[in-house]
Design a binder for this molecule. Structure first.
Ligand code: NDP
Length: 328
């Protein structure tokens, strides 16, 4: 039996358990590419999977980890050959297909993205699902025709993973970025990423009016619930908000007023099932547009052994920016 180190989630009568194990290679799932995983990362969803706080894992046993990067070992897909550097986010990895918190992975080649020119596996995972999603949100606003000339943009959950990358990308593109955070101590950090204004998230998190003063032309929301409702209510005429997260809640206690009286658009953004063409475009934009120094500023690297502790911290909202895992 050939084994590799992995975190394994099992279902028990009491819920789920997550522990390190020697995983049998024969138990890897279907796929035409086998890789050695060198790096992964920690996203909010990984926190939910490891703690079992929300039922994101839908197959047992599961190896969590919705992101992975590594080196191709064997490939039946002509697009990849042994030694190629690749990355993978989404596609149900870590939820329905064995994921990235492991020394090995086997996946369909069609899910893999070649590492962009000059991008290391560590940098790809510093970006990870969170950074990729931030770029998808920026692209959604752009497709809607939004530009910095329309006015300010607000980012909620700004000190988190999606938020930090969104702030850096929007500032680099010339937007006046308003960063909403519940952590005033991170104001200097957010200004360092390019935020022009800091807003206390308590201004947005309580039930609000159907329409308020027009404060921003665009928004990227990672929080949902009352926060998203307030974002919509305070968006300028013909503005747009890209919604991608639920850190406050999955509900949306809003009215239709911003849509029917101000032509505000609500743009949904999902990273998991994102079509391949858009996926490749987003990664090439990230390689080009995301400032390396700013990415380094928002990134911390942890050892494989520390994932379980970090998973609890991300749900507690105490993780700043991005966390890379060295699988090693
Ligand atoms: P993080 O935990 O890194 O960031 C979330 C941030 O939200 C926190 O840092 C905090 O920011 C803020 N926050 C936390 N709790 C609350 C609360 N109760 N009320 C208001 N704000 C809160 O997670 P990620 O950046 O990885 O993910 C952010 C969200 O986006 C998650 O809900 C995640 O599930 C979702 N997501 C969705 C994707 C998709 O494909 N649709 C892909 C990736 C992420 P601060 O301290 O600055 O206030």
């Amino acid at each position: 039996m050939t084994t590799f180190r992995a975190i394994r989630i099992d279902k028990t009568a009491a819920g789920t358990t997550a522990a390190f194990t020697d995983f049998d290679e024969a138990e890897l799932m279907e796929g035409d590419v086998t890789l050695r995983v060198t790096h992964s990362s920690i996203n909010y969803k990984d926190g939910l999977a490891i703690t079992g706080k929300s039922p994101v894992v839908r197959r047992f046993p599961m190896i969590p980890g919705i992101d992975l990067a590594g080196i191709v070992e064997t490939s039946g897909d002509p697009a990849f050959k042994p030694g190629d550097g690749v990355l993978l986010t989404g596609h149900g990895v870590g939820e329905t297909h064995l994921g990235g918190y492991a020394q090995k992975a086997r996946v369909p080649g069609g899910w893999l993205v070649p590492l962009p020119q000059g991008m290391s596996a560590a940098r790809a995972m510093a970006i990870g699902t969170a950074g990729f999603t931030a770029m998808l949100c920026v692209m959604a606003l752009e497709r809607h025709g939004m530009t910095p000339a329309h006015g300010p943009v607000i980012v909620t959950g700004a000190a988190g993973g999606v938020g930090s990358v969104a702030v850096a990308l929007l500032a680099k593109a010339g937007w006046h970025v308003m960063a909403s955070t519940g952590r005033p101590a991170e104001a200097a950090y957010l200004r360092g990423l390019g935020a022009a204004e800091i807003i206390d998230r308590s201004e947005l998190s309580a039930p609000g009016r159907p329409l308020g003063k027009e404060r921003w032309a665009a928004g990227i929301d990672t929080v949902g619930s009352h926060t998203l409702a307030n974002l919509l209510a305070q968006t300028k005429y013909a503005g747009a908000v890209a919604a991608t997260g639920l850190a406050q809640g999955m509900d949306l206690p809003a009215s239709v007023a911003p849509f029917i009286l101000r032509s505000v658009a609500l743009l949904g953004v999902d990273s998991v099932g994102c079509p391949r063409e858009r996926r490749l475009e987003a990664w090439s934009r990230l390689a080009r547009d995301l400032d390396k120094a700013r990415l380094a500023e928002m990134t911390r690297t942890v050892a494989f052994e520390n994932i379980i502790a970090e998973a609890g911290a991300i749900l507690a909202g105490s993780v700043r920016g991005r966390v890379v895992v060295e699988i090693g």
